[in-house]
Design a protein around this ligand. Structure first.
Ligand code: 5GP
Length: 218
């Protein structure tokens, strides 16, 4: 898959440059295993993972700057008012947002950009970037989601109930996304993510005029 990053297209002036990266959004309920799936899928890939800002408290073991940029409510609002977020949402009493700045630069460099966000944010990305690829990660069932949330023991009982209520609403929105990947078998879900990424790179709509010119010109 890393080879995909090396694909090149040719400008009218004959200079080679990397094809524009894909903006890929993973969305779905809290606890569905988006993080684990992402780590397995992106292993050995040169992609840009967008680290979100959140006002939530860091959990034990979370690394600031790698898992999230942890910020205060005031810092979040300042960035929001300055237009600094590509999308943002409130989730279970905390704010989350995707910093806009680094994303465009990575896409221009030809790197795929990966966002891992909840459903309302994913809808905002679609509005701002119609060619983004939106993938909904589906739990096998709500009872399995409850088991996973209770098993990781990072939230109180009340917080888990809030997340499950939200999960029910999010699952009902799954049809609004481009792909649905069922996360019941991690190995198969990883293969599905690779298949989507590969197919999206091959879409005719992503073929640049420069590339076509290069092909017919030889
Ligand atoms: P958690 O608190 O479990 O880390 O995240 C709660 C939910 O917020 C998860 O579904 C997670 O994917 C989502 N999330 C994380 N970062 C962002 C973000 O920048 N924007 C949005 N809209 N959701 C996010």
């Amino acid at each position: 898959m890393a080879a995909a990053m090396l694909e090149k297209t040719t400008n009218e002036d004959g200079q080679e440059h990397p094809a524009r990266g894909l903006l890929i959004v993973m969305t779905g309920a809290s606890g569905v295993g988006k993080g684990t799936l992402r780590e397995r899928w992106l292993k050995d890939q040169d992609v840009f993972y967008s680290v979100s800002r959140t006002t939530r408290q860091a959990r034990a073991g979370e690394r600031p700057g790698t898992d999230y940029h942890f910020v205060t409510e005031a810092e979040f609002l300042t960035e929001l008012e300055g237009g600094g977020f590509l999308e943002h949402a409130e989730f279970a009493g905390n704010r989350y947002g995707t910093p806009r700045g680094p994303i465009e630069a990575a896409l221009e460099r030809g790197q795929d950009v990966i966002l891992e966000i909840e459903v309302l944010g994913a809808v905002q990305v679609r509005q701002q970037a119609p060619d983004a690829v939106l993938i909904f990660i589906m739990p096998p069932s709500l009872s399995e989601l409850r088991r996973r949330l209770e098993g990781r023991a990072t939230e109180t009982g009340e917080q888990i109930e809030r997340r499950l209520t939200r999960a029910r609403e999010e699952i009902l929105e799954a049809h609004n996304f481009d792909y649905v990947v069922m996360n019941d078998d991690l190995d198969r879900a990883v293969l599905d993510m690779h298949a989507i990424q590969r197919a999206e790179r091959l879409r005719s709509a992503r073929l640049s005029a420069g590339r076509l010119g290069g092909i017919v010109g030889h």
